[in-house]
Design a binder for this molecule. Structure first.
Ligand SMILES: *[C@@H]1O[C@H](CO)[C@@H](O)[C@H](O)[C@H]1NC(C)=O
Length: 168
């Protein structure tokens, strides 16, 4: 009974964790975001900082940041209860991917037998933290173009028309 309640709770809240790849060195500003990411799913990106947001406050998770392309080594750990505010590369190469696991179940650095194909961020959020664009299916070159524009901290008025149709 307890177990099934745990599972229900898990399913109900699992969609809360969002992984933000921030273009800045301190997890501020614009970001590409994997929304509602489940454990053991690699979110890919290319940035010097990663924040995990929306982690339920009583969840003890281990996250890994990877720099070898997607979730390929080398990797660096971060763990926290309730949040992972900001993982920074300092002077290392950008993070190219990240995933997490529950501290009680598995260390994220273990061979990830249950891992699925990496996923790309589906959302781009501007520096205001509010304005969002759907980047699902947008090709990598265009995503890169949009990221360069958003790096400067522009608001929605600074986004070219061709991307405005993707505003959420
Ligand atoms: C690292 O990330 C920053 C911010 O997203 C980007 O401008 C830069 O080009 C990236 N560096 C490499 C080597 O990809």
């Amino acid at each position: 009974m307890h177990f099934s309640h745990f599972l229900l709770g898990f399913v109900a809240s699992a969609s809360a964790i969002d992984v933000y790849f921030h273009n800045s060195g301190d997890c501020s500003g614009a970001a590409s975001v994997c929304t509602g990411i489940n454990p053991n799913v690699c979110c890919t990106g290319n940035s010097p900082t990663i924040a995990y947001r929306g982690v339920p406050t009583n969840w003890n998770i281990n996250a890994q940041g990877f720099s070898g392309g997607g979730c390929a080594s080398p990797q660096w750990p971060a763990s926290s209860v309730g949040k992972i505010e900001c993982m920074t590369v300092n002077s290392r190469d950008n993070y190219t991917g990240s995933r997490y696991a529950f501290a009680s179940h598995q260390h994220a650095e273990d061979t990830c037998s249950s891992c699925t194909e990496p996923v790309k961020p589906g959302t781009l959020v501007l520096a205001d933290g509010i304005t969002k664009y759907d980047i699902v299916g947008l090709d990598d070159v265009k995503v890169e173009e949009l990221l360069i524009i958003t790096d400067s901290g522009v608001g929605p008025e600074g986004i070219p028309k061709k991307f405005q149709v993707r505003r959420k």
